[in-house]
Design a protein around this ligand. Structure first.
Ligand code: GDP
Length: 197
């Protein structure tokens, strides 16, 4: 597993706290409860890696995990951002906007979506950030184990069509389950490829 070396590095709530912008990184986004922490754990093979991102006060930060020298996974906050005060929210949106616009190290975006509730407003916003920059994105339809095979295929087909119509081939999508480990190898290969590992 090329991602197994992942270790917590730092949490940043201001641009100047980010690591030097001279490596490669893959960002992970997802609505809260979508299954993003579980996906990060499954991909890295660590049980509690992404727990760090959930400690109170960290929900408005970018959490960095170092996989290898200059290679990072970045956990973007999962929101609840409707709940945060207006000034904090606009600070946060500025930060995220700037991050997507300027971060040279950013090689790709993974969007984690509950297979039963795909492509919500938040997901579309995140995909727009990446594709506007010309960056590739990859969607994980997670908790696939909650559906039968037929429903899984149907959901995949529907999302794939919508993504193709809107973004062409710059956004991929696959079935995923942190529970059954379905799709973990496939997703890991995408991330490792973006990190050039
Ligand atoms: P996050 O808020 O996006 O980081 O979501 P979590 O990873 O904490 O997951 C939210 C809830 O969904 C937890 O109760 C997880 O156990 C559950 N969950 C996450 N991934 C899966 C999955 O692939 N299958 C199933 N059945 N449950 C999952």
């Amino acid at each position: 597993n090329p991602l197994n070396g992942a270790r917590y590095l730092l949490a940043a709530h201001l641009p100047r706290q980010l690591p030097p912008d001279d490596g490669r990184e893959v960002a992970f986004a997802g609505r809260s409860n979508a299954g993003k922490s579980s996906a990060l754990n499954a991909l890295t093979g660590h049980n509690r890696l992404a727990r760090t991102s959930k400690t109170p006060g960290r929900t408005q930060q970018l959490v960095y995990f170092q996989v290898a020298d200059g290679r990072h996974l970045v956990d973007l906050p999962g929101y609840g951002y409707a709940k945060v005060p207006q000034d904090l929210r606009s600070h946060w949106l500025d930060f995220i906007n700037g991050y997507f616009r300027n971060r040279q190290s950013l090689a790709g975006l993974v969007v984690v979506m509950d297979i039963r509730h795909p492509l919500r407003e938040y997901d579309r916003q995140m995909l727009a950030y990446a594709t506007d920059r010309g960056l590739p994105a990859h969607c994980l339809l997670t908790k696939a184990d909650k559906l039968g095979r037929g429903q899984q295929s149907q959901a995949l087909l529907t999302v794939r069509r919508q993504l193709a119509a809107q973004y062409g081939d710059s956004v991929g999508v696959q079935l995923f389950s942190s529970e059954s480990k379905q799709g973990v190898d496939e997703a890991r290969a995408v991330v490792a490829g973006w990190l050039a590992l």
